[in-house]
Write a protein that binds this ligand. Structure first.
Ligand SMILES: *Cc1c(COP(=O)(O)O)cnc(C)c1O
Length: 307
């Protein structure tokens, strides 16, 4: 697996930025590894090391049928010689989709559950049943967000990088908030803004505080959320979003994914136009990867000249 000693930073260009006197850089987690790209690599790293050091023969985790986390775990398991099991929300026919076909090719065993059972994913009884069935695997929660994931995410923005870029604001897309938690913990003097891609994501305030509480008694308050950047909700891909993605990719030669990073970037441009950032502000956006998701639900609508 790739060891990101220093990840590239790209300067973004756009008339909206120059007109408002804002500089926008992008940290390219999409370049961590050809396959295990983005924040999932950081979130898995210490979990897999822990599984190995405990002598666990398998790692089991949870996700939807297009999950970047499941995709990354399957490949990491192959690379490290660890058996992997993916508990997937949905029907077995999803196994044919590109995300899960890759996972199967890399040796992951899939265990499909209906929506009702999937809700039991942190229920002790359900977990002990899975432990029995799969010979006591190491269990990583959905999205990979646990204390060891935060430890990995704290390495995304090392202090040398913050000193080098000197951002006034760090901005990233949020699912469970695990990545935001690690980043906000690692740069306590910089405001960190999360843009949830789920609708009605106000519950994340508590979830993120709880996640941070797993690794520190001194939960920082340098972070906030913008709940208006979901553009219709999780997995919803509007024409506006696709058009934005396409023009961003043409202007900057950087691919985005429609689930997370395109929503974040569109929302950043909207916030600039809303006057949220004063002239001279330096913004650092985190490209959290996830480009495999371009093949997923709703993304077949991505125009051919955009892939
Ligand atoms: C999973 C994922 C996120 C969300 O990460 P959390 O730690 O769950 O908030 C953001 N971007 C991409 C590309 C992802 O795959």
């Amino acid at each position: 697996m790739f060891n990101p000693v220093s990840l590239p930073i790209s300067r973004i260009s756009d008339p909206v930025l120059s007109a408002n006197g804002i500089s926008l850089d992008m940290l390219r987690l999409d370049l961590t590894d050809e396959v295990i790209s983005g924040n999932k690599w950081f979130k898995l790293k210490y979990n897999l090391m822990d599984a190995k050091s405990r002598g666990c023969k398998a790692v089991l985790s949870f996700g939807g049928a297009y999950s970047n986390h499941i995709h990354a775990l399957a490949k990491a398991g192959l690379d490290l010689g660890i058996r992997t099991i993916g508990v997937i929300r949905g029907e077995p026919e999803y196994a044919k989709n590109p995300t899960l076909s890759d996972a199967i090719d890399w040796g992951m065993e899939l265990h499909f559950v209906n929506r009702k059972d999937y809700r039991l994913r942190s229920d002790p009884g359900f977990l002990s049943h899975l432990r029995e069935q799969y010979d006591c695997p190491y269990i990583v929660p959905e999205g990979g967000s646990n204390a060891l994931a935060l430890k990995g995410a704290m390495e995304i923005l090392p202090s040398e990088l913050i000193e080098f870029v000197c951002p006034d604001h760090v901005i990233l897309p949020c699912g469970t908030g695990g990545t935001l938690s690690g980043i906000a913990l690692s740069c306590r003097d910089t405001p960190v803004l999360g843009i949830p891609v789920l609708k009605n994501a106000g519950f994340l305030y508590d979830d993120i505080s709880a996640l941070m509480g797993l690794v520190t008694d001194n939960v920082p308050d340098n972070w906030s959320l913008d709940l208006e950047g979901h553009f219709g909700g999780y997995g919803k891909v509007s024409d506006q979003l696709l058009q934005f993605m396409q023009s961003f990719e043409v202007n900057n030669q950087i691919q985005l994914d429609p689930i997370y990073t395109a929503k974040m970037m569109l929302r950043i441009f909207q916030r600039i136009e809303l006057g949220e950032y004063s002239r001279g502000s330096r913004l650092l956006a985190i490209h959290t990867g996830g480009l495999q998701g371009r093949r997923g639900a709703g993304c077949s609508a991505v125009p051919a000249n955009c892939t």
